[in-house]
Design a binder for this molecule. Structure first.
Ligand SMILES: NC(=O)c1ccc[n+]([C@@H]2O[C@H](COP(=O)([O-])OP(=O)(O)OC[C@H]3O[C@@H](n4cnc5c(N)ncnc54)[C@H](O)[C@@H]3O)[C@@H](O)[C@H]2O)c1
Length: 413
């Protein structure tokens, strides 16, 4: 029997990336049954009815939960029962709102399940350490899905930076602005000032990427946030400007928002520029992560929110291509990232007989540093904690304290 996979959370990211990636692995007979547990029965129904998933995977389906009771009544704790029923060494994919990740991840670990969690793993550094301790004690893999790591340009920059070809990072600027229409999505119910902000939600990708490329660690954070109203009247920090100072004194500026014009081409705007210092000259890494060279002008506008007649689609994140056979094949770093983490969970889980061997594998995975784990990426939680404190205090600079346990994990890097 192939390991079962339970996705907890049936929203946008499950539709756009997680479920199709898992369907592809199921099609390849690498994983077994897939279930999706959302908050309400009515939340997962759109996934079951999604025309793009049906076209790409005509012979595949998932078991949706809650599967009884009023489909509009929330069943907040059902995921606990479903996880408790799974045979050991299955995989729980965590895709609930940010502030709920911790309880789902810990429930999974306590029932001997491997975990793939969307970013950010958790919002508190201490929680990341607790997850790391529990996972190691039980010999379970936990991968955090920072998919930009699996964009080939990130891997190229990392390899060349670590070979010394870019010298030392000094100043950088990154941005990721989602389109305006995101304000109308379910975000308005949870990405409010009390829970999160545009930097915590999307800026963390570029903080993680600068570490991934350079190996540097964040030392201080300041985030200035501008509160704005969602259509439902809730308030969120929908425009943010962050400054990250690194442990070599370098400085990265990150701008994030739910405010890129709906009429603009592309699904968002994003990119990273890093100015570096060599022996006798400057060095430069410049990635346009939104405009990837494609210009399409269609005969008519598509039906998706934010669709435009003139578009600059990214061929690199997640696309379906027709390679023959039934359905379509998902390609791109969104797929590769999920595949890498799930494959790592399967590899660790296949060593069911020996805890010591699984622990040795986990140590090697942490040290390799390609997959983000609680041990090798908990600087992200330090940044988020500092960012939340900063944004709630008008953008004050907050230093990052590295605990002895975190310092041990960082020594792996
Ligand atoms: N670029 C990225 O890496 C990226 C992109 C989008 C989202 N995400 C992350 O994915 C997570 C989910 O985002 P989304 O956009 O899919 O959100 P969403 O609001 O579209 O969906 C959230 C889902 O969680 C479910 N849920 C809430 N409480 C639950 C509970 N107690 N039990 C079971 N299900 C529950 C809801 O039913 C819903 O299906 C967030 O942590 C977000 O930061 C990451």
């Amino acid at each position: 029997m192939k390991p079962q996979v339970l996705i907890v959370g049936g929203g946008m990211i499950t539709h756009d990336q997680l479920l199709p990636s898992l369907y592809q692995m199921q099609r390849q007979s690498r994983i077994g049954e897939i279930s999706v547990c959302a908050l309400r029965g009515s939340d997962w129904q759109p996934l079951m009815d999604a025309p793009d998933l049906a076209e790409a995977f005509p012979r595949q389906s998932f078991r949706g939960f809650p599967d009884s009771g009023d489909p509009d009544v929330p069943q907040r704790d059902l995921f606990r029962e479903l996880i408790a029923r799974m045979p050991p060494h299955g995989i729980v994919v965590v895709a609930v709102p940010d502030h709920l990740h911790f309880e789902v991840v810990m429930t999974a670990l306590q029932h001997d399940q491997h975990v793939c969690s969307v970013k950010p793993l958790v919002l508190k550094h201490e929680e990341a350490l607790e997850i790391g301790r529990e996972a190691y004690a039980r010999g379970l893999a936990v991968g955090v899905e920072y998919h930009k790591r699996f964009d080939d340009r990130s891997l190229m920059a990392r390899r060349k930076y670590r070979a010394g070809l870019f010298g030392e990072f000094k100043l950088g600027t990154a941005c990721l602005l989602e389109k305006w229409h995101y304000r109308h999505s379910n975000f308005q119910n949870w990405m409010t000032t009390a829970n999160s902000d545009a930097f915590t939600y999307i800026g963390c990708h570029y903080v993680d990427l600068v570490h991934f490329i350079t190996g540097l660690l964040p030392a201080a954070v300041s985030v200035y946030g501008i509160p704005d109203r969602y259509p439902n009247g809730n308030t969120g920090f929908l425009w943010t400007d962050a400054r990250i100072v690194w442990n070599n004194g370098a400085c990265l500026n990150v701008q994030n928002a739910l405010g890129f014009p709906d009429a603009a081409p592309g699904t968002n705007t994003q990119g990273l520029v890093m100015y570096c210092k060599g022996e006798s000259d400057g060095a430069l890494i410049s990635h346009s992560d939104q405009y990837r060279g494609l210009k399409y002008s269609y005969t008519q506008k598509g039906g998706d929110p934010g669709a435009t007649i003139y578009a600059e689609p990214s061929p690199d994140y997640f696309q379906y291509v027709d390679l023959g056979g039934p359905g379509l094949t998902p390609v791109g770093y969104g797929y590769r990232s999920v595949e890498y983490i799930i494959q790592t969970c399967l590899r660790v889980g296949s060593e069911t007989g020996s805890l010591a061997r699984r622990q040795a594998m986990l140590t090697e995975i942490d040290a390799t540093g390609i997959m983000a784990t609680p041990a090798n990426s908990s600087y992200n939680e330090l940044v988020i904690e500092a960012a939340r404190e900063s944004i709630l205090h008008g953008g004050k600079m907050v230093s990052i304290e590295h605990s002895p346990e975190a310092a041990f994990a960082e020594a792996l890097l």
